[in-house]
Ligand binder design. Structure first.
Ligand code: PLP
Length: 383
């Protein structure tokens, strides 16, 4: 008998058809271009796979935080425009320029290093000036914006920079009614106006991520940056998207215990009745949050079975009750929820966090595979 892969180890299965379908939902919601945001390894789903799947579904650009992430996409043969928006001032700008990676510029210090790299390599840097529109996080503060635009215009005159875009990011878009969204959009419009007054012609104005794209067409401008939505997370709760991940693990061992048996570190759980306990080889190092103790359940043989005791670093105990569960059987920790299994959203609720943290937190020890038949046709690469 051949063992199925999910019987051998904890396994994350990625449904890439869901990514393509989710991208189609966004394609139908806006006339703006779509940037597939595949940072953090495609939100834990595989950056290259998610990129191909989103491009197949209607995205035309890619976005990541670091230059290294952008270079990984280029190394895999992806030729779509790629923007990298979060780098230290001493990042390897020349490597980015060589790989035709567009760069976000959050301030004059970054601009100076990028123009120096452009001069040194004889290339023109395609940049997106990044305005902080109200999060006090990334992007230039209002007082620094006009001088940044002026310096960028001067670099354009020298032929080392092409300001192709202006970007901003909203802090409260998952609450569409929040008045900060309107304020942020107005600050973004001011930033674009100021850039134009300085003689810049940014053709990609982009502000919206997943939530704003779904709830506020006035935020779409030329380009929407979609990350969470690609992989089935809708922070605004307004669209029906398909989660793309399923996390399973095989039962390592089972034991029948009497009532009154303490379970796990600290004996935080004691069995109330005679029952069977099943051991799962996945713990908090694999992305099973330790903070779910007492709330979480998993699916075994189609039934809900509670996680009991503390989640350890490498293992978790499940109470399977009277079911004759045996070693080697496969437990579903989370999936799309279509067969009654818990979802990443359930795990997020149990852990007091958001789905993003659950799906990006799966440990490197967990096996990964693409669900059968969901890999999009790879674009041929010329040697
Ligand atoms: C992560 C990120 C996005 C994508 O946001 P989602 O809500 O996941 O779509 C867009 N823009 C910036 C600047 C980001 O950091």
């Amino acid at each position: 008998m051949t063992l199925r892969e999910e019987q051998r180890r904890a396994l994350l299965t990625v449904d890439l058809a869901a990514v393509t379908a989710n991208t189609g939902v966004f394609r139908a919601r806006t006339r703006a271009e779509l940037m597939a945001v595949v940072k953090a390894d495609g939100f834990g789903h595989g950056a290259v796979d998610v990129a191909h799947s989103a491009l197949a579904g209607g995205a035309s650009r890619l976005g990541v935080t670091s230059i290294d992430e952008a270079l990984e996409l280029r190394a895999a043969g992806l030729t779509a425009p790629v923007l990298s928006w979060l780098n230290p001032v001493d990042a390897d700008w020349e490597a980015a320029l060589r790989a035709d990676v567009e760069l976000a510029v959050p301030g004059a210090g970054h601009l100076a290093r990028i123009t120096a790299a452009a001069r040194a390599s004889g290339r023109c840097a395609a940049v997106h000036l990044h305005a902080d529109v109200g999060m006090a996080r990334d992007g230039a503060e209002p007082a620094a914006w006009e001088p940044l635009c002026a310096a960028a215009r001067e670099a354009e005159r020298q032929g080392v920079v092409d300001v192709v875009g202006v970007m901003g990011h909203l802090g409260c878009a998952d609450s569409p009614e929040d008045t900060h969204n309107r304020a942020g959009r107005l600050r973004f419009l001011d930033a674009v106006s100021a850039a134009r007054r300085q003689g810049l012609h940014p053709r990609h104005r982009h502000l919206a991520a997943t939530a704003a794209t779904l709830t506020d067409p006035s935020s779409h401008f030329d380009l929407c940056r979609i990350g969470a939505g690609l992989i089935g997370i809708d922070p605004s709760g307004s669209a029906r998207l398909r989660p793309a991940l399923t996390l399973t693990a095989p039962v390592v061992s089972v034991r029948d215990v009497p009532a009154g048996t303490p379970v796990g570190y600290g004996h935080t759980h004691t069995t109330a009745y005679r029952t069977r306990l099943a051991l799962i080889p996945a713990g908090y190092a694999d992305g099973v949050p330790r903070s779910v103790a007492g709330r979480a359940w998993v699916q075994v043989r189609g039934r809900r079975c509670p996680v009991v005791g503390r989640v350890s670093m490498d293992q978790t105990v499940v109470d399977v009750g009277a079911d004759p569960v045996a070693p080697g059987e496969v437990v579903t920790l989370f999936g799309p929820g279509l067969d009654g299994e818990p979802t990443a959203a359930d795990w997020a609720r149990w852990a007091g966090t958001i789905e993003h943290e659950i799906v990006t937190g799966i440990g490197s020890r967990v096996g990964r595979r693409v669900a059968l038949g969901t890999r999009p046709q790879a674009v041929p690469v010329c040697a």
